[in-house]
Design a protein around this ligand. Structure first.
Ligand SMILES: [Zn+2]
Ligand SMILES: [Zn+2]
Length: 444
């Protein structure tokens, strides 16, 4: 039975992808649709009934997301006669592999999963649906990260947070009032996460220029089409003004799709994300519960932009003959930082050793093309000002980070992934430590 009475536009159309692609590659657009209106819960229930009858689904929420949205979705589904298995997670749940596997097992045999929440609830549902080959829909409760539409799920395996491939949902149902009323800290986190793409896009262009040539303008072109609605409006996002917060929310949805369109060969994120992954991975060693993804990425943006500003001042001809020493210095610190996880980190870092050694010839050769890219990046002061104008502090204290832990990530975050980022360029050029000190001073 067709459901025709409501608009469910796809977030990114396939025709847009064809038009904006600059690499000639294939970018199959995930057909994620968005229904955004005050009656999102009731429309979800009616759509479900029309498409799947009353067959049993699994609804996942946590105590907070259930209060703000889940209870209404559950009531709407039951009012339609739909059989609902409701999994209410504990307070502040964490997406561990054990929990993700138990969600997956509980979802087996159900028609579909409905996730009500943001980060963790979405990660769990996406993981379970992907592993089971099931459909899943999501009801976002905050504009806090771009994972609603991305094709990765963050799951903690043996205490270490990893990102694993997992297909995005088919449908998103959002009540704009709930999105706008989300806690300010969550809105600030989403604002940082969406702005990361501005920086990581340059990381990708550099990697492409030096090595594989795989850069495509598509992801950035998609985002620049919506950027206006949020980037200049931090105060309005802070005050929860609907136009700006929904602009941010839409930017996050586009950003998640854009990341998945970039494909596996291209960086979905740059150096600014590595420091956040570093802190996530260090949790079993330090006991520090990670801050919101977007906020940690915000600190990474300040670091990356500080690196770019310093690189732009250098003479590329002086950058030969440094690769081996820069690699060895970072590699030597891995055992002390990572303990039991050192072998895995070392394996990642070794994976880009050849490319790092080739910096000796490639950087002097391509420096005249690289400098204009460095100069395209806005200053760290610009981004920090934007983050703070949302009305919340943005500092190491607000991120619950010590100066030592911050510097450790800034200097060594580049080792945890094989991808080439600005942190590698800065380490090679000898400006990473000073950029890290500058960032530390700005955030203290
Ligand atoms: Zn392309
Ligand atoms: Zn992110």
């Amino acid at each position: 039975m067709p459901v025709k009475s409501h608009q469910h536009p796809v977030i990114i159309k396939a025709s847009q992808c064809r038009k904006l692609c600059s690499c000639g590659g294939k970018h199959p657009a995930p057909g994620v649709t968005l229904y955004a209106a005050a009656d999102a819960a009731e429309v979800l229930a009616a759509d479900y009934l029309a498409l799947h009858g009353g067959r049993e689904l699994l609804l996942i929420s946590d105590p907070l997301t259930h209060e703000v949205a889940g209870a209404r979705v559950l009531a709407a589904l039951r009012a339609q006669g739909v059989v609902v298995d409701h999994l209410l997670l504990g307070d502040e749940p964490s997406a561990t592999e054990e929990l993700a596997e138990s969600v997956r097992a509980r979802a087996l045999g159900r028609e579909l999963i409905v996730a009500v929440g943001a980060g963790t609830v979405n990660d769990l549902a996406k993981y379970a649906a992907d592993r089971n080959g099931m459909l899943y829909w999501t009801v976002p409760t905050a504009p806090s990260m771009n994972g609603f539409t991305s094709s990765i799920s963050a799951v903690k395996v043996k205490g270490v947070k990893l990102t694993v491939p997992a297909a995005p949902p088919q449908r998103i149902y959002a009540d704009p009032q709930i999105i706008c009323d989300a806690p300010l800290k969550l809105r600030q986190a989403g604002f940082c996460d969406v702005l990361a793409k501005v920086v990581s896009d340059i990381d990708w262009r550099i990697d492409s220029l030096l090595f594989d040539g795989g850069y495509c303008r598509l992801p950035t072109s998609l985002l620049s089409g919506v950027e206006e609605s949020y980037s200049g409006h931090p105060e309005q996002i802070g005050r929860g003004e609907p136009a700006a917060v929904m602009g941010l929310f839409h930017g996050l949805l586009v950003s998640g799709v854009a990341m998945s369109l970039a494909g596996s060969s291209a960086p979905a994120s740059g150096g600014e994300h590595l420091v956040s992954h570093f802190w996530d991975m260090r949790e079993p060693l330090t006991g520090r519960v990670p801050e919101l993804h977007g906020l940690q990425v915000g600190a990474g943006i300040i670091l990356s932009t500080a690196c770019y500003a310093r690189l732009a001042e250098l003479d590329g001809r002086t950058l030969a003959g440094r690769g081996a020493a820069a690699f060895d210095a970072t590699a030597a610190r891995i055992p002390g930082i990572w303990g039991d996880y050192a072998d895995e980190v070392a394996r990642q870092f070794i994976g880009k050793r050849d490319q790092l050694l080739r910096f000796d010839t490639l950087l002097p050769l391509h420096w005249p093309e690289l400098v204009p890219l460095f100069r395209q990046v806005r200053s760290p002061e610009y981004f920090l000002d934007l983050f703070r104008r949302t009305g919340l502090d943005f500092s190491l204290a607000s991120l619950r980070l010590s100066a030592d832990e911050f510097l450790l990530a800034a200097r060594n975050g580049r080792a945890i992934r094989t991808r080439i980022t600005v942190l590698d360029l800065a380490a090679h050029a000898g400006v990473l430590d000073t950029a890290a000190e500058q960032t530390l001073a700005m955030l203290s």
